[in-house]
Design a protein around this ligand. Structure first.
Ligand code: SIN
Length: 489
């Protein structure tokens, strides 16, 4: 089906550097529909030269952008938000086509992305410093907030609009300039967002974006990692890549925000409202086909309610409509690519080989296409299984029975990751006890959808550091400068 946009020019196929759409090195990267493999368009497969040109532009633009009054920066970002919302349908179609999430979710993601842009437009005007009482006479002491400088943003494919929005909006709000490399699978939404940012009045050079294939990405990113002019890296993606970025940027001691892999536990205690817990798991687990970092990856259910929970869940999951992203009835679209489906398949097969049982799903859906996988519920999962140790990143809910609170907390924390955790309970003492004991950056309590622009999003342990959203999300793009003025008496 052809991609028809009200504004056809939102479909871009060039890099954006120093305020110009520039074609790149000649080599091209095909952007495909994950459902069919059909090419949507081609974008530059950039390398060192493009990465450097983008960085030169961002570096040159920084001194002037930093000096633009916060209120004016806020107005530009607010206009960006308005344009994003005005083009919600087109952007939703782009997201859905290149990433595979159903159209309604694509539109929803645009609103979600815009919520971060609107939030940071307002935060721009609140970069307040401090006046510090001086410990000696004749002095005045101040702590001022300053933008860190050029930011390199490396964004993932699972939320092609929201992730770029919650990295770039705070960077612009803080007065930083940006070089961005979007995921190779989903560069088109990012390019459209950059076009709208430019139309909103973001000056030339302040926001630059280069596209590259999986193979050429290291060439682009290494330029930014090695160059001392880049003062911050913000990345959402896998933990191994995050560690590489941290190591490689150590020589120039860049500031880092790393939103990395998760292995979220979802715990249902015996005193929980079972129906609410099923609802919560449906939205937390099956949103975006299970392709989110905060997705529950391991589901622990108390033995007293396990069977009733499992059968209610399986009935809901079996009723999910899987189909093309463009079909308004679809609730789960294709997975991003065949590698993703192979991983899901491996996890389910490994779990079954180790004794888990499939209640529903458990197979590909070849009649729909090569990248569709049936939403799946497994029972009898345990810690030895790949699905308990690695992030499945797909529509699979593996259930494990537990008996005691201490046992389930130990199991939930028995992972190097610490992004999100969820639990359901109606016992107020237990709620605070468990919330304190969980080793994650985010805890959903009787709630499956936890992300919001006003909340700090980020992990602990090997899920990374830094926060996105909220007032903390702006702070990550600022440093504190201390001024001490003497001889005042
Ligand atoms: C992510 O998967 O990294 C982001 C999910 C969200 O914002 O809810």
């Amino acid at each position: 089906m052809p991609l028809t946009l009200t504004r056809a020019d939102l479909l871009r196929s060039a890099n954006f550097i120093a305020g110009q759409w520039t074609p790149g090195p000649g080599a091209l990267l095909a952007v495909t529909d994950p459902a069919t493999g059909a090419t949507i368009t081609e974008v530059p497969d950039s390398g060192t030269a493009e990465a450097l040109a983008a960085l030169d532009a961002a570096h040159a633009a920084f001194p002037a952008w930093k000096k633009v009054p916060a209120k004016q920066r806020a107005q530009i970002i607010k206009r960006w938000n308005d344009l994003v919302l005005a083009h919600q349908d087109d952007l939703g179609k782009l997201i859905s086509r290149e990433q595979g999430k159903p159209l309604a979710e694509g539109r929803g993601e645009v609103a979600y992305a815009a919520s971060y842009i609107a939030w940071f437009a307002e935060e721009a005007t609140r970069m307040n410093g401090e006046v510090i009482p001086a410990p000696v006479p004749g002095r005045r002491m101040f702590a001022l907030k300053e933008p860190v400088g050029v930011v390199a943003a490396i964004t993932p494919w699972n939320f092609p609009a929201a992730m770029i929005a919650r990295k770039i909006a705070p960077a612009l709000a803080a007065g930083c300039t940006v070089v961005c490399k979007p995921a190779e699978d989903t560069p088109l939404t990012s390019l459209a967002l950059v076009l709208l940012a430019h139309e909103a009045g973001v000056p030339d050079g302040v926001l630059n974006i280069v596209t590259a294939s999986r193979e050429k990405t290291p060439e682009v990113v290494d330029v930014w990692l090695d160059d001392a002019r880049v003062r911050k890296i913000t990345f959402t993606g896998s933990t191994p890549v995050g560690k590489h970025l941290a190591r490689r940027s150590a020589d120039t001691l860049k500031k880092l925000s790393l939103e990395l892999g998760g292995n979220a536990p979802f715990i249902v205690f015996e005193d929980a409202d079972v129906d609410a817990a099923v609802d919560g798991l449906m939205s937390a687990k099956f949103r975006n086909g299970g392709q989110t970092c905060v997705c529950p990856n391991r589901v622990f259910v108390h033995e007293r309610i396990h069977d009733v929970f499992a059968s209610k869940l399986a009935a809901r999951v079996a009723a999910l409509k899987v189909g093309p992203a463009s079909d308004p009835a679809s609730q789960i679209g294709p997975m991003i690519n065949d590698r993703a489906v192979q991983k899901i398949e491996r996890h389910v097969q490994d779990a079954v080989a180790r004794g888990a049982r499939v209640l529903t799903g458990g197979e590909r859906l070849p009649q729909l296409g090569p990248t569709y996988y049936a939403p799946t519920v497994l029972v009898g999962a345990d810690a030895s299984m790949a699905c308990a140790c690695e992030e499945t990143f797909g529509p699979v809910a593996p259930l494990t029975r537990f008996t005691t609170e201490a046992e389930v907390i130990a199991a939930a924390n028995d992972t190097p990751f610490g992004l999100a955790a969820y639990f359901y309970s109606n016992d107020v003492r237990r709620i605070w006890r468990v919330a304190d004991a969980l080793e994650t950056g985010i805890v959903g309590i009787n709630e499956g959808v936890i992300a919001a622009e006003a909340a700090p999003f980020g992990g602990v342990k090997e899920s990374g550091y830094g926060r996105e959203g909220s007032t903390h999300g702006l702070d990550d793009y600022l440093h504190t400068k201390y001024l001490c003025q003497g001889q005042l008496d």
